[in-house]
Design a protein around this ligand. Structure first.
Ligand code: LLP
Length: 421
């Protein structure tokens, strides 16, 4: 959906709201979330996979308002901690539409999950079977997470489905662990799960994973005579940040994966499982724009220009962690100044605090100017920290010309709230 509008005076509107006005009202940095965009992405997934359950990965961005939004669009939520379960539930998600994940599930995580009545718990390792069976207050549906040994073709820090990954058990172990689940009346083996990683650039990786997972389902049927009802293929669909980066289309994904599944199941003579997918970034990344105020322009000794802004790695750690690249643009005023290649850096005291390097900005950018960084709806607010005791920015939803704060900025009191020294 095109809810962004730029006019010749440099005004940028999102969801019918002027960004410069928002910055004046809420201060900077501020993250703006276009809720029409989030809704449209949810709908695109539901249209691409009408029989599947779309499980939004809450780790990308979660608060009550976001949970309400995706619930309203018919999605479930993947929570990877008791905290995410609690926020999803507080946002009105019914328990049966929450899936609990986690390589390590603490007693507190499980307590939150059982309190919310989560529909499914994903078991990552054999040791979880007896522990969760012993704690479950009622018969609990579980999925077994398998690491299918498929290279996601992404950044090593975002790869979770290869043979060396600890996210889920190797396929060879699945039969034995499934047997242990089947032996526990407190548990119901609802299905299998895998997640290849994040920013997965092509559907062929998912097709490969689907074929492997169908092989495991067939092995379970041969060994125990059971039919596995659900297959969760995880999330990780790539979103393009900078120009030319790959982007995975939900419709293409839906067609390819369903075709592959149908063929693989037919080859083994097994029923097709119901599909679950867990997109996080693909639902919310493009809905977000972060606004920063320029605080200084440093002409460095080597001739490079560094534009310094009032946020940085505390609200966007992605460039430092994954070498992520972002476009940046000047908003709020028109200029005829020529473009210059600059580095945009944050306010934190380290050289890895670079928001974008090698971006083109008007040469007259000066303190007080507003810069916008798009595609910042996923893994920004959710990974934000208060490093250097810098307050985390607010997140403001915009739609149909109105703005509604979802998260407020940290206050000085917030920064001291945990301090009991
Ligand atoms: N399902 C599971 C089990 C996951 O572990 C993840 C992400 C997802 C779904 C959603 O992946 P997505 O569709 O959002 O790519 N902090 C990193 C991303 C880490 C993702 C971890 N797991 C980043 O900023 O790129």
């Amino acid at each position: 959906p095109v809810t962004t509008r730029t006019t010749s005076d440099g005004t940028l509107q999102i969801g019918g709201v002027d960004l410069a006005g928002l910055a004046a009202r809420f201060g900077t940095p501020v993250q703006v979330l276009d809720t029409a965009d989030v809704r449209a992405r949810c709908r695109a997934y539901r249209a691409a996979l009408p029989d599947a359950e779309i499980v939004y990965a809450g780790k990308a961005f979660l608060c009550r308002g976001m949970a309400r939004l995706v619930a309203d669009e018919g999605c479930s939520v993947d929570a990877c901690s008791g905290g995410e379960v609690a926020v999803a539930a507080a946002g009105g998600l019914p328990g049966d539409r929450i899936v609990l994940h986690g390589t390590v599930k603490t007693d507190e995580d499980l307590k939150a999950a059982f309190t919310a009545g989560v529909g499914r718990i994903v078991l990552d390792s054999a040791a979880e079977v007896d522990r969760i069976a012993a704690l479950a207050p009622h018969r609990q549906k579980v999925l077994l997470r398998i690491s299918p040994d498929v290279d996601a073709g992404t950044h090593p820090g975002l790869t979770t489905g290869t043979a060396s990954s600890w996210f889920g058990m190797p396929p060879a172990e699945a039969c034995e662990v499934a047997g242990r689940v089947l032996a526990r009346p407190e548990l119901e083996l609802a299905g299998l799960h895998c997640h290849l990683g994040s920013q997965v650039p092509s559907v062929s990786r998912y097709e490969r994973a689907a074929v492997r997972m169908v092989g495991v389902i067939a092995a379970l049927r041969a060994r125990y005579g059971i039919s596995v009802a659900e297959l969760d293929l995880g999330g990780g669909h790539a979103v393009g940040y900078a120009e030319g980066e790959p982007c995975l289309d939900p419709a293409l994904f839906g067609r390819a994966v369903r075709g592959t599944l149908a063929r693989a199941c037919a080859a083994h003579g097994i029923d097709e499982p119901r599909l679950l997918v867990e997109p996080g970034r693909a639902v919310v990344a493009r809905a977000g724009v972060t606004l920063y105020r320029v605080g200084a322009v440093q002409r460095c000794g080597d001739g490079r220009t560094t534009v310094l802004v009032d946020g940085g790695m505390s609200d966007d750690p992605r460039p430092a962690l994954y070498g992520a690249r972002y476009p940046v643009r000047l908003v709020g005023r028109a200029t005829r100044a020529p473009l210059e290649t600059v580095r945009v850096a944050g306010r934190h005291c380290e050289s890895s605090d670079v928001i974008a390097d090698g971006v083109r900005l008007p040469a007259d950018v000066a303190p007080g100017d507003l810069l916008a960084v798009p595609v910042s709806g996923a893994y920004h607010a959710s990974m934000a920290s208060t490093y250097n005791q810098v307050p985390r920015p607010p997140v403001v939803a915009v739609a149909a010309g109105a703005s509604l704060p979802l998260l407020r900025r940290d206050t000085p009191e917030d920064l001291l709230r945990r301090d009991c020294s």
